[in-house]
Design a protein around this ligand. Sequence first.
Ligand SMILES: [Zn+2]
Length: 81
Amino acid sequence: MDCEKAIHRLYGYLDGELTEAKRREIARHLDECPPCAQGFDFELELRTVIASRCRDEVPARLKERIARAIELRVGPEEHGA
Ligand SMILES: [Zn+2]
């Protein structure tokens, strides 16, 4: 497995969408490839923080800001005529 594939599958791994065999494949790549392992650690940490924050406190303001940010991204690209 090369790094690009490994990174790609990391997201499935984090989301729990992979089979046991594929998880093991990725785990082996991470063992042999420090850069990918680092990226994985970061991603895992980030998700843990986000997950715990969302569970503990869901500030209405933050929700609003996120919703607005998404709207801005999805909305039409008008940068003032
Ligand atoms: Zn790698």
